[in-house]
Design a protein around this ligand. Sequence first.
Ligand SMILES: C=CC1=C(C)c2cc3[nH]c(cc4nc(cc5[nH]c(cc1n2)c(C)c5CCC(=O)O)C(CCC(=O)O)=C4C)c(C)c3C=C
Ligand SMILES: [Fe+2]
Ligand SMILES: [Fe+2]
Length: 356
Amino acid sequence: MLDSSASAPVTVRPEHAKDDHPEVAEPKIGILLANLGTPDNYDYWSMRRYLNEFLSDRRVIDYSPWIWQPLLQLIILSKRPFSSGAAYKSIWNEDAGESPLMTITKAQTAKIKTEMQKRHGDTVMVDFCMRYGNPSTRSKVAEMTAAGCRKILFFPLYPHYAGATSATANDEFFRSLTFEKWQPVTRTVEPYFGRSDYIEALAQSIERAYAGLATKPDILVCSYHGVPIRYLMEGDPYHCQCQKTTRLLKERLGWEDTEITTTFQSKFGPEEWLQPYTVEEVARLAENGKKNIAVCAPAFSADCIETLEEINEEIKESFEEAGGESFTYIPCLNDDDAHIDALANVIDDNLKGWIG
Ligand SMILES: C=CC1=C(C)c2cc3[nH]c(cc4nc(cc5[nH]c(cc1n2)c(C)c5CCC(=O)O)C(CCC(=O)O)=C4C)c(C)c3C=C
Ligand SMILES: [Fe+2]
Ligand SMILES: [Fe+2]
C-alpha cells in the first residue's frame, strides 16, 4: 500500500496556545485521487461485498430501493459474484494479490506524487482512495486531515463526467468530510475530456501502437463505458463528452471520419444504453469487410476488468466470430509519462490560488 503519511506529521502549537490546547500539524495541501473501486479478492464473498456496495449506489442504479434491493440481494448477488469472480480471476495480479485497477492506481499515484513534489516540494501530500471497497474515501480524508491537510483537492480519475462515476465519488468525499471536527477547505476537479494534453497523450499512445503493427487497422474503435440512455435524457452530459473526445482525437491524428468511431460497452440490466454497443459494432464491422481493427478505451484512466476482460476477451471474440482477422487492443494511458504529465497539469490548474 502506498503510504504518503509514512513520515509523521510535523506538529506546531497555535501561537496563543496554553498547555490545554492540542498540537496541530503543519498545514499542507492534500491531493486525493479517486478511482471506482475493486474487490479485495475474487472469491464469492469478496465479490458479493464489493458488488453489493457498488450496485446499491443510487447514482449507479437509480431504481427505488423497494424494487431494486430485493432483486439485487436475492437474484443478482446470488449469481453475479461467481461470473464476475471468474472474470477477475482471469486478469488478477497474483504476484501483488490485487486487481489490475489497484496495481495501476498505485503506480499512477506514486508517479503523480513524485511529479507534484518536484513541482511544489513538501507542501503537497498525494494519495488515492476508492469509491467502493478499499482504501475507502473516508479513511483517506481522515488520514489527510490528521496529517495537516487544511486544503484538499479531490480528483476522481475519470476524463468524462458521469453521475455514476465523478458525482458519486464527490458525494462520498463530501460525506467523508462530515466526520471531520476541523473540516478542510476543499475543491473538486473539472472533467478533462477535452484538454489538449490528455488528447495528446491519447494520440501518442495510438500512434505508438499503430507504429508497431505490420498493417494499419481499417478503423479505430473508441469504446467508452456506457450508461442508460435515460440518464442522458435526464441531463447527464457523459455521452456528449465522450463524442467530443473522439472528435478531438480524430482531429489531432489528422484522420478521416471513416478511420475512427465511437461505441459504448458494458451494458448492465434490461434498459436501453448508449449505442452503438461495442460488442455488436465490432461484429458489424467484420461483416462489412473491416477485418483489421484496433480498439481503445478513452473513458478509463486505468486498465480494469472492463478493458482487460470485456474488450480484450469478450468483444474480441465477437469480432473474430463474425469473421474479423486482426484485433489490436490499445491499453489505457495508465502510468504512461504523457498521461501523468497531463494529470499533473490538471491538478496544477485546479490548485490555482492555493499554490504559486
Ligand atoms: C469509465 C466510466 C464508467 C462509467 C460511466 C460507468 C457507469 C456504470 N457502470 C455500471 C455497472 C458496472 N460497472 C462495473 C465496473 C467498472 N465500471 C467502471 C467505470 C465506469 N462505470 C470501471 C473502471 C469498472 C471496473 C472496476 C474494476 O475493478 O476493474 C461493473 C462491475 C463488473 C463486474 O464485476 O461484474 C458493473 C456492474 C453501471 C450500471 C453504470 C451506469 C449507470
Ligand atoms: Fe461501470
Ligand atoms: Fe451527446
